[in-house]
Write a protein that binds this ligand. Structure first.
Ligand code: AMP
Ligand code: MG
Length: 539
């Protein structure tokens, strides 16, 4: 096929740029850093790069956009999704937003290195914004270079897709393209910058509106534009709520609260730690957004955060994510308040958050144990004790739950069965088997007996219980060290591990014989290696 035919394969994309059509634009077209007021976005062109090279694409995302795999392998695809070439109908722009960073109001932030290409309407009438990350600076770049390196782009690409296949609401990733250029990064901000390969990810979501998109307008007391943006958001992304009105604003806030609660419960279920839950990184659609120094829990430690920038405060640690989401929702409420001027609707929304979280979380905990429903009488004690036991010795959370399905619960109360035999299926989950003292074994056995009794009274039989557990507890997650191994290879020009991980992570709940190496716990060499256990915001 010649490049002309390939280009026409991309020309199947139909653009309908509602955001730029309906909302006010920054009147200045020049690309320099500035405060942008009275506007929701600035028009900006992606930068051209020397030598785009496609590293990977996600065929499911391409299919949703109506793109064939052949089109994705074309030269035109790499050119377009690195930012070298615009298709008919693309109108690139960067969005203006603000946010609270680590608890402090930071003023205007905005898409400093994200450039939206336009909104695609697919054959099913679904709307998707295509957004390049790392395609050059914008008016919101605040003196930074607007670029992204391969390391962080591999992490964003793989994690977006892994999260989707785990059933976690998330923005998606269409493609990962190398720019052929080098970018300087001081990974640990310690005065040792290094050149790294530059790359661009194309992210895809129905909308990239964030809490901070509303906060910036409210902070500037631009209530006219605040109302216009909220009306736009409701009509475009929440049409089921009805035509915008004060009641619908309240319903919208409540819906954002509910979706956020559900998203966080999913994070807790799979052991995902976002790492930078600033309000500019919170989607009003309840999608996981902005994959930076995120990480996956290995040993179950609620105080763990992968982000070295947050090492002291640990604001965004695993166990605090539910409270932080609530704090962020309060900031969103404050931003929308001028449109309603009553606190009552906001209190209802925040109550809905607490309520949805409580219900979804207890249900999730029950399902992790293969119990049909959560029964507070028995299960409060059962789950609290388990969460304590998981912290007594270094225990891999993912493996523990997966292995727990293999334990024969009938044996737990049989005194002829030794602890060693009963616990055999769980051994894989322990990082330091020498920590398994008699006290620990006894306590675990006590819990297993309690669990066995509870499971026996549950409507689900053993088989159904195991199935429910294995649908709830993934076997394969994007372990930090796996992402780093894929990055190390990719930096040497070898992309096969990215492909292989993408494939394995498509079916995270399946056993996938032959792929067990990707389910293994973190090897000892990765315990303290940068990228595996510690990450900075440098990306
Ligand atoms: P993040 O912590 O990745 O969500 O980024 C916070 C803010 O910094 C956002 O406004 C980003 O657009 C901006 N930003 C981060 N890295 C860069 C970069 N290399 N160039 C320009 N802006 C950036
Ligand atoms: Mg961000």
């Amino acid at each position: 096929m010649d490049s002309q035919t390939h280009a026409s394969a991309l020309d199947t994309l139909r653009f309908d740029n509602r955001f730029t059509r309906e909302l006010p634009a920054d009147p200045i077209d020049d690309n320099y850093c500035r405060q942008v007021t009275g506007a929701c976005f600035s028009r900006v062109q992606p930068r051209s790069v020397i030598k785009p090279q496609l590293v990977a694409f996600a065929r499911e995302v391409a299919a949703q956009l109506g793109l064939s795999e052949e089109a994705c392998r074309s030269e035109a695809f790499a050119e377009v999704f690195v930012g070298n070439r615009l298709l008919d109908g693309m109108e690139p722009f960067a969005m203006c937003y603000g946010g609270h960073q680590f608890g402090n109001w930071a003023g205007q932030l905005g898409d400093g290195r994200a450039i939206n290409l336009g909104e695609v309407l697919n054959a099913q009438g679904e709307r998707y914004t295509l957004q390049l990350k790392g395609a050059g600076p914008t008016p919101y770049a605040r003196q930074a270079d607007g670029l992204a390196v391969l390391r962080s782009s591999v992490r964003e690409f793989l994690c977006s897709e892994a999260m989707h296949h785990l059933g976690v609401p998330t923005t998606r990733a269409l493609s990962l393209v190398l720019t052929g250029e080098q970018v300087s990064r001081d990974m640990f901000y310690d005065g040792h910058p290094k050149l790294e390969p530059g790359a661009v990810v194309c992210r895809v979501a129905p909308s990239f509106l964030r809490f901070g998109s509303f906060q910036i307008l409210s902070a500037r007391r631009d209530h006219t534009l605040l109302k216009q943006l909220l009306d736009y958001c409701i009509r475009t992304d929440f049409p089921e709520l009805g035509e915008p009105s004060p009641e619908v604003y309240a319903a919208w806030f409540e819906e954002v609260c509910r979706r956020t609660a559900e998203m966080i419960v999913h994070w807790m279920r799979v052991g995902f730690v976002h790492g930078v839950m600033n309000t500019d990184n919170m989607s009003v659609l309840g999608l996981t957004i902005d994959y930076g120094p995120y990480g996956w829990l290995e040993d179950f430690d609620p105080d763990w955060t992968p982000n070295t920038t947050d090492a002291h405060q640990r604001r965004y640690r695993y166990g605090q994510q539910p409270q932080i989401a609530m704090w962020n929702l309060v900031q969103l409420a404050n931003a929308i308040y001028p449109l309603l001027e009553h606190t009552e609707p906001f209190q209802r929304g925040l109550d809905a958050y607490a309520d949805t979280y409580e219900r979804a979380n207890t249900r999730m905990l029950a399902h992790k144990l293969g119990l049909q429903d959560y029964q507070a009488d028995s299960d409060d004690g059962l789950t609290t004790e388990l969460l304590v036991i998981l912290q007594l010795v270094e225990t891999d959370m993912t493996l523990f739950y997966r292995c727990l399905a293999e334990v024969e619960l009938a044996k737990a109360t049989d005194s002829n069965i030794s602890d060693t035999e009963l616990m055999e299926p769980l051994m894989e989950a322990y990082y330091r088997p020498s920590e398994l003292t008699d006290d620990y074994r006894q306590r675990l056995r006590g819990w297993l007996s309690q669990y066995a009794a509870r499971a026996a009274s549950d409507p689900l039989d053993d088989n159904a219980r195991r199935q429910l557990m294995n649908r709830t507890n993934p076997k394969y997650v994007l372990r930090n060290y796996l992402a780093q191994l894929a990055i190390d290879q990719a930096e040497q020009g070898e992309f096969s591990m990215i492909e292989e991980l993408l494939e394995v992570l498509r079916h995270p709940y399946d056993d996938q014989p032959g792929m067990e190496k990707y389910a293994e716990k973190r090897p000892d060499w990765a315990r303290t290696k940068p990228g595996c256990s510690m990450l900075s915001c440098s990306s």
